[in-house]
Ligand binder design. Structure first.
Ligand code: NAD
Ligand code: UDP
Length: 313
């Protein structure tokens, strides 16, 4: 059988770099495409000597022609701090990026998988969230550039599928964490761990009663690859860990596991911060035979180990 040639956009990012590594380990040829806005070359440096790996500096808002069999479209800043830095660029990345990658998929007859998000559900009024829920999204708030960009990208996947017969797939990723996150990423797990390891105050936004359900990156990557290789199932499908925690519970857990003297302080809750989030993963279980195996405490221990090394290097 010939090797599968795979393009991973956002390949130097947190999830993308794990995906590149796993796909290489499975014997594929992998091209990482990234503009290094919220990722870094260090995430893929250990893959450089593999003759089946190639890294290209490119911005997905511009077209590119490559001969590939599969495209994982992951290019897009995912942390609120990064995606709100230049909202117009964020929405261009989602929409023009999806258009360019769909154009490429159509031209070379590749299968394309879009990294969508639980943010398409906005601040959800249905709990837990099922794929059939249409969401509760503000179209003019601080999170809109990300949320609406991702929603349009989903629409484009379906329209290219209907109109041009492109083999499209959509996953909706819920809060994922793990090694290779940047220390200054700004998302809650990395923030709390870095603060705890430095002995700084742990910054809980609001009263900490809002909830998230945290998935360890290795579990997520297994689900992503299963979805790409599943025939006759375009999705969207939720991928995440259904165990739900308040942000205050997360802060306390991180303090306990790092043995830190850090104190919890409370800061203003950002605008449109969703109050609850928990995936219903029955569809992923049924269609992909997938569910997460690594629970929060184990995942946090692994992530803490990574950040200890990262902060000492
Ligand atoms: P990340 O910021 O670490 O990775 C994104 C990567 O895309 C970075 O390497 C960045 O440099 C690159 N990028 C950004 N804009 C680009 C552009 N215009 N052209 C080329 N490259 C560009 O974030 P992540 O957590 O790894 O997320 C990866 C994908 O998964 C994103 O599409 C994100 O929306 C989606 N997602 C992630 C989560 C999560 O919890 N981590 C949740 C939902 C969805
Ligand atoms: N959060 C927090 N302190 C931080 C960073 C985030 O309390 O230092 C909260 C944030 O307000 C949100 C939750 O943690 O309620 C998850 O935030 P994150 O940015 O990780 O992801 P998202 O809001 O996109 O799910």
């Amino acid at each position: 059988m010939s090797t599968t040639r795979i393009l991973v956009t956002g390949g130097a990012g947190f999830i993308g770099s794990h995906l590149c590594e796993t796909l290489l380990n499975q014997g594929n040829e992998v091209i990482s495409l990234d503009n290094y806005f919220s990722g870094r070359k260090a995430n893929i440096a250990h893959l450089r000597d593999n003759p089946r790996f190639e890294a290209i500096r490119h911005d997905v808002t511009n077209p590119i022609l490559l001969e590939v069999d599969q495209i994982y479209n992951f290019a897009c800043p995912a942390s609120p701090g990064f995606y709100q830095h230049n909202p117009v660029k964020t929405i261009k990345t989602s929409i023009l990026g999806a258009l360019n990658m769909l154009g490429l998929a159509k031209r070379v007859n590749a299968r394309i998988l879009q990294a969508s998000t639980s943010e398409v559900y906005g601040d959800p009024k249905v709990h837990p969230q099922k794929e059939s829920y249409w969401g509760h999204v503000n179209c003019i708030g601080v999170r809109s550039c990300y949320d609406e960009g991702k929603r349009v990208a989903e629409t484009l996947m379906y329209d290219y599928r209907k109109q041009n017969n492109v083999d499209t797939k959509i996953i909706r990723i819920f809060n994922t964490y793990g090694d290779k996150m940047l220390p200054n990423d700004g998302r809650v797990v990395s923030n709390f761990i870095v603060q705890a390891l430095h002995g700084n105050d742990i910054t809980v936004y609001g009263d900490g009663s809002q909830t998230r359900s945290f998935c360890f990156v290795d579990d997520l990557v297994a689900g992503i690859i299963k979805m790409m290789n599943k025939n006759d199932f375009p999705g969207p499908v939720n991928l995440g860990n259904p165990n739900e925690f308040t942000i205050l519970e997360l802060a306390e857990k991180v303090i306990e596991l790092t043995n830190s003297n850090s104190k919890i302080i409370y800061k203003t809750l950002p605008q449109d911060d969703p109050m609850q989030r928990q995936p219903d993963i029955s569809l992923a279980k049924e269609k992909l035979n997938w569910e997460p195996e690594i629970e929060l405490e184990e995942g946090l221990k692994r992530t803490i180990k990574y950040f200890k090394q990262e902060l000492n290097s």
